[in-house]
Design a protein around this ligand. Sequence first.
Ligand SMILES: C[S@@+](CC[C@H](N)C(=O)[O-])C[C@H]1O[C@@H](n2cnc3c(N)ncnc32)[C@H](O)[C@@H]1O
Length: 502
Amino acid sequence: MSFFKSKTFNLPKATPTIRTERVPDSKKPAPLPSKVTSATSSHARRSEASPSRTAYSTARSSPATPPSDGHGSSRLKPGKRKASRQKSPVQQHLSSDSEDEESVEAPAESYKRQKASRKIDMTRQLRSKQAFSEADGGVFEMIHAADVSSVSKKSKLATIVPTENVTVELKYPSSSQRERYNLVFGNDNINPTEEILEIAKIVADVYLAEEQKDAFCNPTSGLIRQLEKAKNLLSSTRDITNKVLLDGFKKAVENYNLTIEGLLEEGALATNLDAMHHLPLRMVHYILQQVYDRAVSPKVELLKHYENGTDNIYGELEKPFISKVLAKVGLTSDQVFVDLGSGVGNVVLQAALEFGCESWGCEMMENACKLAEAQEKEFAARCRLWGIQTGKVQLERGDFLVNQEILKTIKRADVILVNNQAFTPQLNQNLIHLFLDLRDGCKIISLKQFGVDQISSRKANDPANVLDYTELEYFSGSVSWTNANGHYFIAEKDSKRLEGFA
Ligand SMILES: C[S@@+](CC[C@H](N)C(=O)[O-])C[C@H]1O[C@@H](n2cnc3c(N)ncnc32)[C@H](O)[C@@H]1O
């Protein structure tokens, strides 16, 4: 699917006010490895159902730190890093789509770069108290995988497979209800056995201390091995009427569920989560994909209705790119983030989950707003399943140039994102006037500079001068509308610059 096709979206020439920087940490994502992990392949398949046309995943090893917060913040002392370390089977399975997730075996140079690119936000609390409380029995509204599977959609399949034969329930690492899956394979967006296996791997990697891992990761008898074997048997036949194989997989899931419930009762999962301050990107991206698969993918057609040549052309930034740019501007849990033109809310939700910040969005297209609201609801439910506390999310409807809540919020914003690749020159010019209200130091991430289309009118008192731009390069797989490389900008509001020009 191609978005932003028109030539008018070519980037303007850089003006003298821009510094151009080749991002040192923006390596072109590595090509897919020959051994594609289950999550990678399922993501590639899923991306067909999104407005994004590319699969972006790359596979790298995650850090081997128990329980991992992606950086081993509380357990791996700086300077005490081992040169090489044996990875557990789970860690070997878990690949990462981000440079921040590279293993401790990474070359020293690239390890230093990661450390420099993201500081651990020690004030971030990850555990949701509500998710670990028994107060309301952990029952709440959510979209179960089974709700979007073909047997639930009254298809032909539903007439040949009794639902009770194929339904299995999965326990997440919290006191919340289990999620229902239907073990059917076909055109469904969610592959239930792959997803359950991937969740088990993430839980083992992130939520468990080293001494708790053997039950999950033992290569011959561990719960993950049991799930893997049962999954392979089931998917090799793809025969959803084979009750023996179905029951084999259900049994493996039940063993897994009981172990998780035991750890919950002991308080081990809550204790481990309390010691962490950072979520591995692999987990962040997976939760967001689960939300998207349930709330947006089934209705993704709605996003294709927009008028070319207007400000309402739809396209999305991909998760690894969002992680990278938000880390680059140093977003932290005590800050305020705003996405102007937030579409289905992807970036808003990612900022709240990954960085724990207060996260705002504003969107004017009706269909995108509806999907954003569906995502917001599912996001809250799913983070509760995973036991994770996110930053506050606030999605506004309407024109960000006039929405009163947005006009108030941008005055205290620390980071603003505008995916303005396809905005009209007039809207980009109007945004400059909005930015006069920002506080000094506020960072604005955009795909185009603001006001440069009207560069001939640029003069000393041009409000565009309050922005100090850095031009950066993004690589293939960063945005949904092209596989090609491109440019983006990080501007910093500095009102003294205007006085300087004057
Ligand atoms: C390219 S999409 C970006 C979606 C999301 N921010 C992302 O980067 O993945 C841009 C969105 O901005 C919205 N938009 C354009 N002008 C707007 C305005 N004045 N007020 C609110 N939304 C606007 C469009 O409807 C569109 O959904």
